[in-house]
Design a protein around this ligand. Sequence first.
Ligand code: 1CP
Length: 354
Amino acid sequence: MAELKNDRYLRALLKEPVDVTPVWMMRQAGRYLPEYRATRAQAGDFMALCRNAELACEVTLQPLRRYDLDAAILFSDILTVPDAMGLGLYFEAGEGPRFERPTDTIDAIKKLSIPDPEDDLGYVMRAVSTIRRELNGQVPLIGFSGSPWTLATYMVEGGSSKAFEKIKRMMYAEPAALHMLLDKLADSVVLYLNAQVANGAQSLMIFDSWGGALSHAAYREFSLRYMQKIVDGLTRFADGRKVPVTLFTKGGGLWLEAMAETGCDALGLDWTVDIADARRRVGHKVALQGNMDPSVLYAQPERIAQEVETILAGYGEGSGHVFNLGHGIHQFADPEHAGEFVKSVHELSAKYHK
Ligand code: 1CP
């Protein structure tokens, strides 16, 4: 395998010295880029794009051609795992993801099997190895998965949800059923992420996009507990280097201490969190990733730079910060502004790394 030419992202996650703060963007390959829309049209639809290793590799690399990003993220989706468990994922135009066979009863949950990542999710593994090869050591490759709780919301609701009616009913009325589902998901995710590492992923991120919908106590019981099980089961070394693990609970700002206790390497922060406060609370234990509001990209470059500076100053001096947006880049973000954002992070952060 080619030596890494730029390893600032991996170094920052382990709090090793860096020259400037590394940066990447959640959903950096996506609909805001015209070249992404063209490749998706060529593939036919979103899942066809995910299933084609060459095209998935192409869209992964597109943002790296435009911007001086410090990491690449596998182009895929968190919902590939429930799809491989037999739920039948499809995308309704304009409506987001849907499942043909939701798992909203204990009988359906009992029947679920744990996917073999090299077989049932072999197309993801082929994308990982293709991207790693084509990156040729330019920057590290991030592998990812959804958290068990976040995956379960889609599986029980049958698609995206705002109120989480069905899964919350199950959580309080039939907790054993939900625990069985979450446990199967945690086992599936461990196998899936370890297979991504075996195929070339150099860092891992777990997206708990809907953990913030839980109560204080329920977060620990239904989300964190299963992310803990995953962290405990992951391969943490590959190619003679540590494989850092980042946990991101959107809306999880109140629970950073508990998340940092899991033994992960870094926490992703959404924009509701004051990064200076987060560093005081958990910065001795973990690195921090984040956390600019993606809507700032609607502003002019000067305003974007100002916001970047505020976040850099909030984190302060030294390593342990990976700059990112607090959630995915918006579909209608201006690609030029995304470029200004990445440039500002590198230019404005050098003074914090002397
Ligand atoms: O129409 C399209 O082209 C599809 C839009 C799209 C894209 C670009 C979807 C459908 N998924 C993706 C790619 C994707 N999804 C990536 C890889 C690329 C990158 O970051 O550059 C990643 C990491 C994800 C992860 C993902 N999918 C999450 C977790 C992160 C987050 O945004 O909170 C979630 C919740 C999903 C579900 C999903 N997939 C797609 C959509 C539109 C959604 C969200 C639906 C909802 O709001 O419930």
